[in-house]
Ligand binder design. Structure first.
Ligand code: 5GP
Ligand code: MG
Length: 201
């Protein structure tokens, strides 16, 4: 737990708004290391196969902004492979909403994914719409492989039955913030996954 700093910019201190920490930072770090190792192993298998066939080898990681930025920053440092990063911007919880209102792409998808190994990274799988849309658009470009990785998954709410390849944690159906996840643009810098006090929403 980050300690509240005595006498520190009180009104803006994040910890005041946090209700409950669901996943502490050391658990997140441990799980991100495991995910990175798992992903790297799986990609190596594909790449080894391609060496045999002489095909071009490229790994492209596509983080779904803005929620995935903290997760992806840690995850890439656990994947010891040459890769490039091409962001996509998607908005599904506009403004102060805590409920998804359909998906809109706000930042064009990367081009030139043909023949590449793509890993799409998002912060959380809720209705499944975001990853469903992004994955479809990526597949249209005929990449060699497409994998998806989410830090968090909420249970049983999937409007579209989307099964990610890698999941960090299954969490209860509660609105969470921290480690990249926001409420109205705030709390992304809180280093753990937590719920907000009702009065903060
Ligand atoms: P889906 O399209 O799967 O319904 O929603 C995924 C997106 O909704 C995530 O990328 C995330 O931005 C947002 N989201 C879903 N659940 C939560 C939550 O509990 N907290 C926050 N901050 N965002 C969420
Ligand atoms: Mg998001």
């Amino acid at each position: 737990m980050p300690r509240p700093v005595q006498g520190y910019a009180s009104a803006l201190a994040i910890h005041r708004d946090i209700e409950n920490v669901l996943i502490p930072r050391d658990r997140i770090a441990e799980r991100v290391r495991e995910l990175g190792a798992h992903i790297a192993r799986d990609l190596q298998v594909d790449l080894a196969r391609e060496i045999a066939s002489g095909a071009e080898q490229r790994v492209v990681l596509i983080p779904v902004l803005t929620g995935a930025m903290v997760f992806v920053a840690d995850l890439i440092r656990e994947i010891p492979l040459k890769l490039s990063i091409e962001v996509v911007g998607v908005s599904s919880y506009p403004g102060k909403s805590v409920e998804s209102k359909g998906v809109s792409i706000r930042h064009e998808l990367p081009r030139a994914l043909r023949g590449t190994h793509v890993l799409i990274v998002d912060d959380i799988l809720d209705s499944g719409q975001t990853l469903d849309v992004v994955t479809r658009l990526v597949r249209e470009q005929a990449p060699a492989s497409v994998r998806t990785c989410v830090l968090l998954r909420k249970p049983g709410k999937a409007r579209v039955p989307f099964v990610p390849d890698y999941v960090g944690f299954d969490i209860p159906d509660e609105f969470v913030v921290g480690y990249g996840l926001d409420y109205d643009g705030y709390y992304r810098n809180y280093p753990q996954i937590a719920t907000l006090k009702p009065e903060a929403r």
